[in-house]
Design a protein around this ligand. Structure first.
Ligand code: ATP
Ligand code: MG
Length: 161
């Protein structure tokens, strides 16, 4: 697990850029954290880092927003308002070969979602945020190892205990 303190939104952007630089193909990312913890801020910065230039809308009501990338498609989901898991099946996401999944409130999508390569846990910490990166499976472990050697990540402080 990797832990960092994100003192402001610029720090969140730095993390997003480092994550995007090393993401494995088809990466599934679960974004955990209370309301206002900074999940959408990280997702938006991540999509920007991948070259998305248009509007990045919050998928609060649509459940999913899709973004074409050079090498596929990124999916940004927010399941906060999902009624039941059947709504996810209805979106037909299983048929999409996504290059990246960014999922806010994944606990509400339960079994209908692919398992995570990376779990990101965000929390309010003073005026900033704390973040924990927890790998799921081999792809996630390799990803975090690459990230640990990235100078952008070294520039971010570890949280105070
Ligand atoms: N690292 C940071 N330091 C300080 N403020 C931040 C940081 N990251 C995000 N914020 C601020 O936190 C607020 C909430 O962020 P955001 O909308 O990303 O939260 P969220 O986790 O997606 O919430 P929700 O569950 O409601 O969708 C925003 O005003 C944003 O500017
Ligand atoms: Mg959000």
């Amino acid at each position: 697990m990797i832990r960092r303190h994100l003192s402001d939104e610029a720090a969140t952007r730095t993390l997003a850029e480092a994550l995007a630089a090393h993401q494995p193909r088809g990466a599934v990312v679960h974004l955990h954290g209370d309301l206002g913890a900074g999940k959408s801020t990280l997702a938006r910065a991540w999509l920007r880092a991948l070259g998305v230039t248009g509007t990045v809308r919050s998928p609060t009501y649509t459940l999913v927003e899709r973004y074409p990338l050079d090498d596929g498609e990124a999916l940004h989901l927010d399941l906060y308002r999902i009624g039941d898991a059947g709504e996810l099946d209805f979106l037909g996401l299983d048929d999409i070969e996504a290059a990246l999944w960014l999922v806010e409130w994944p606990e509400r999508g339960a079994a209908a979602l692919p398992g995570p390569d990376l779990e990101i846990r965000l929390a309010i910490d003073g005026a900033g945020r704390s973040v924990e990166l927890v790998p799921g499976g081999r792809a996630g472990s390799g990803w975090l190892a690459a990230l640990a050697g990235d100078s952008r990540l070294s520039a971010l402080p570890e949280p105070k205990p």
